[in-house]
Design a protein around this ligand. Sequence first.
Ligand SMILES: Cc1ncc(COP(=O)(O)O)c(C=O)c1O
Length: 419
Amino acid sequence: MMKVSKFGKKICRSSGIGRVMEDLGDALVKSQDILMLGGGNPAHIPEVQEHFRKSMLRLLEENDEFERVIGNYDPPQGNKEFIEAICTLLHNEFGWDIQSKNIALTNGSQSAFFILFNIFAGAFEGGVNKRILFPLVPEYIGYCDVGLAEDLFVASRPDIKHIDEHIFKYYVNFDEISITDEIGAICVSRPTNPTGNVLTDSEIEKLGELARANNIPLIIDNAYGTPFPNIIFTEAKPLWNENTIVCMSLSKLGLPGTRTGIVIANEKVIAMVSEMNAVINLAPGSIGAAIATDLVRSGEIIHLSREVIRPFYEKKAKEAVEQLFENLDGVDFHIHKPEGAFFLWLWFPELPITNKELYERLKKRGVLIVPGHYFFPGLKKQWQHKNECIRLNYSQDKETVTGGLQIIADEVRRAYDAA
Ligand SMILES: Cc1ncc(COP(=O)(O)O)c(C=O)c1O
């Protein structure tokens, strides 16, 4: 047997995100029969795709544009024209005081988290091991395994507020949070994957203040947020300042295949991200930036996000919730208030089987979801709640979602009835 390092062993361990992406790949590529409510794939929205197609055709038709895009490496910071266009857009939309030196591209925002988490946590001089704090879990499964060092995360339980009999919302429990010397950065996704939560403006402001007071960055994962793809159904004020790192992505807009992430941060952080890009990838890929630059320059990306993408997902969320209320009538179920992203987070209190077992049973019936226990990175305390929740993605076509929800409701009911 070949021997591998501790890092090699850590990476080879079965990771939650690895299983999710395998399920996703198998379902979307190999089999048409699977009802895919797992994974984080965005919908294929024809009106949006039409714009991407037009952009691509323009690249192909204009002089040597296509050859230039695929034939050259971009600088490690990423495509200059795209960065400038994003800079102007964010300045115009939000008045953010940023320049090109405040933006770097990465191969998907996933790789930005790998870079940022390992810069701000892990072994520090003086023997301190620092961690990334997730002030509110459940949090994005993709964060769980990106640490080069073991034990890179710390998290605390949220407050749960029941809005009505079947709808609830998580809030940051500030009493549980203490920023010790061991915290290297604070990170939240907003809107949150897996719950569809949107942290309130006051929560974000408080976290920003805590971060600043302790001289650590607040990382805001804006993969679903404003100004694009704007899959956000409530009012939420965007935040950026020299102490905040905002991560964005073209994926949820409909371009996950191009792997384009956007990091907005102070100059020093951007220099580090660019340097890491050079070491790991030489340069970030160019094709996503090339397809999107005109959409960003013209502002069309904002129009699409507001007028097409957001209403598309909001309608799907509403329909999915309505169906679940019907299909789960009489069952003790709770749904996290869907405020953004494209997931529903379902909580079945005292479910007689674990969510993992529910996942297996659903898989046998051709429905894929993600069991909720994967979404608690850094939470060390036992919490039964972790095993009572599941995440489902409602972005696929109507038949898939309707069929999937029906089977989920049926299996949950069976589990309760058999107890
Ligand atoms: C909250 C969140 N952040 C980041 C990512 C990573 O996306 P990408 O690497 O495609 O930009 C995802 C993908 O599902 C996500 O849900």
